[in-house]
Design a protein around this ligand. Structure first.
Ligand SMILES: Cc1cc2nc3c(=O)[nH]c(=O)nc-3n(C[C@H](O)[C@H](O)[C@H](O)COP(=O)(O)O)c2cc1C
Length: 216
């Protein structure tokens, strides 16, 4: 598509939003008003789910102390294990977009607390299409809501980063936010005004991913 917007502005154009929703890993030091965060969560609530059971609760963490606890735990994980070396190696590869992604990943793991807010969508009271929160089918009843919230954030000029970093800081996250045992975090998504530009994303072309009627 021609003339896709670059920059930090929001957009009401669905196509512009979808085609320029980049992973944002750098944040302006500016709080996100709660009414915007509510709008983003409301857009998530419009997503489909199995039997329309809406098996979700969205934790929004904008308290600085809580962000610090979670960000600190992620940084400890990053500093204390093999991830740091892997990311350092990833920053040496030839492909520039891979290098930039690894640089961004380093920012995510070591500076998460700088994000003005975090969203942790949780599966809760899941029954359809399965009661098993660890299954792929369970994901089908919440990740569409996640995409909705990321797109609406893009529309509002807010950056997001979909991650599964919650799995690395599960105990800290549950304790810091008093998440009950029968709720299951499915993502850890920092959100804020971006200190980076939205713009066209690099993806596989239709020639590679589209099959008509038969696989071969
Ligand atoms: C399931 C999943 C897990 C991800 N985990 C991380 C992560 O741990 N750290 C990170 O920096 N980015 C993470 N990402 C973001 C991806 O790296 C990013 O969406 C992808 O590189 C495309 O980026 P782009 O939209 O800017 O092109 C994750 C994305 C998905 C969908």
């Amino acid at each position: 598509m021609a003339d896709l917007p670059h920059g930090k502005q929001g957009t009401d154009d669905l196509w512009d939003a979808m085609y320029t929703q980049r992973a944002i890993r750098y944040w302006q030091d500016k709080p996100v008003p709660r009414d915007l965060l509510e709008k983003v969560i409301e857009s998530a609530s419009k997503a489909p789910s199995g039997s329309n059971l809406q098996p979700w609760v969205f934790m929004v963490i904008d308290d600085a102390g809580t962000r610090k606890k979670i960000g600190g735990a992620l940084n400890d994980f990053y500093e204390g294990g093999p991830l740091k070396d892997l990311i350092a190696q990833g920053q040496q590869v030839e492909d520039k977009s891979q290098r930039l992604m690894m640089q961004g990943a380093q920012a995510f793991f070591s500076k998460l607390a700088d994000a003005p807010a975090m969203i942790v969508p949780c599966l809760y009271q899941l029954a359809s299409p399965t009661p098993d929160p660890t299954s792929l089918e369970a994901g089908s009843s919440i990740y569409m809501a996640v995409q909705n919230l990321m797109l609406s954030a893009r529309g509002l000029g807010l950056g997001t980063l979909m991650t599964t970093g919650h799995t690395l800081v599960n105990d800290t996250l549950r304790e810091a936010c008093a998440i009950p045992d029968d709720a299951y975090p499915v993502a850890l998504i920092p959100i804020g005004y971006p200190d980076a530009n939205f713009g066209p994303t690099k993806r596989k072309g239709l020639d590679e991913i589209l099959r008509w009627n038969t696989w071969s």
